[in-house]
Design a protein around this ligand. Structure first.
Ligand SMILES: Nc1nc2c(ncn2[C@@H]2O[C@H](COP(=O)(O)OP(=O)(O)OP(=O)(O)O)[C@@H](O)[C@H]2O)c(=O)[nH]1
Ligand SMILES: [Mg+2]
Length: 253
């Protein structure tokens, strides 16, 4: 049975581009991947979409049919997408593949925090993993990184599936910045030290949050990934194979 690999992250964090990069990488390896667009508001997509939620729910139509603005229509669309999950699953069943690569909507709060999305994810299949994209510009500030870690942890708990944190668009950071962010994510003591360099209320909150994340075993590191320079993709693949097949490669079948 195929794996559902979801790309989840804040608006503009690089989900769509990574879906394409991952698909290209899998094609080159000779693995069989099918792309799914779950964003009813997506415009042009850079990859060939195999299964497109816009065939069921299309944001501009929801806006005009219900007389809604873009934000209201996003909420209605999210629930409509979830209502069509059974049909989506049937279409997925028509494919023989190793991975479904699932590009999720820009407004991640609609995907993550609506009850309907949780049901949808389970309808689409239990063998799922979330690649959580950390925006590099937010992550290079210690308190920004803590906020994203908290968001990633919330996403994991809501969906109850494994997640793999990646530092997206890592090519926009300098080598030093990339190393620093990676170290913070691997070692909360360093993160705590960097946070304490500025003593504001926000920092106090961040310090408390990292204690909780650590207590919950969520010091998971962060893998730098770039769709532009094509690094880190194989690491995501390896993490998925580790999670579901004890590290065995697909080509070993
Ligand atoms: N330098 C660099 N830019 C990237 C990379 N990945 C994506 N981008 C750029 O970041 C912007 C947003 O990328 P998308 O892939 O559309 O991000 P998204 O998360 O799908 O965006 P929404 O669906 O609107 O939330 C685009 O201008 C991309 O070209 C990367 O690895 N490196
Ligand atoms: Mg997108």
């Amino acid at each position: 049975m195929a794996i559902n690999l979801y790309f989840v992250g804040t608006a503009g964090s690089g989900k769509t581009t990574l879906t394409k990069a991952f698909k290209d990488w899998m094609d080159r390896q000779g693995y069989n991947a099918v792309t799914i667009n779950l964003d009813p508001g997506a415009d042009d997509l850079p990859y060939m979409v195999d299964i497109d939620v816009r065939d069921w729910v299309y944001l501009p139509e929801v806006m005009s049919e219900h007389g809604l603005g873009p934000n209201g229509a996003q909420i209605v669309s999210a629930d409509m997408v979830a209502m069509n999950a059974g049909e989506l699953r049937e279409v997925m069943d028509g494919y023989e593949c190793d991975y479904f690569l699932i590009d999720t909507p820009g407004q991640m709060e609609l995907f993550t925090f609506r009850e309907s999305s949780r049901e949808m994810l389970h309808t689409l299949g239990k063998r799922s993993l979330i690649a959580f994209l950390f925006d590099p510009i937010i992550s290079k500030q210690p308190s920004g990184l803590v906020s994203l870690m908290t968001l990633a942890a919330t996403t994991q708990f809501r969906f109850d599936v494994p997640y793999y944190p990646v530092l997206s668009k890592a090519d926009v950071l300098t080598d030093d910045e990339r190393k620093k962010v990676k170290k913070w994510a691997e070692d909360f003591w360093r993160l705590d030290t960097s946070l304490r360099e500025r003593a504001t209320t926000e920092i106090q909150v961040s310090i408390e949050l990292i204690k909780s994340l650590q207590n919950m075993g969520l010091q998971k590191g962060l893998t730098p990934v770039s769709s532009q320079e094509m690094f880190g993709i194989e690491e995501i693949y390896t993490a998925v194979q580790d999670a579901f097949f004890g590290g065995e490669d697909l080509s070993a079948d």
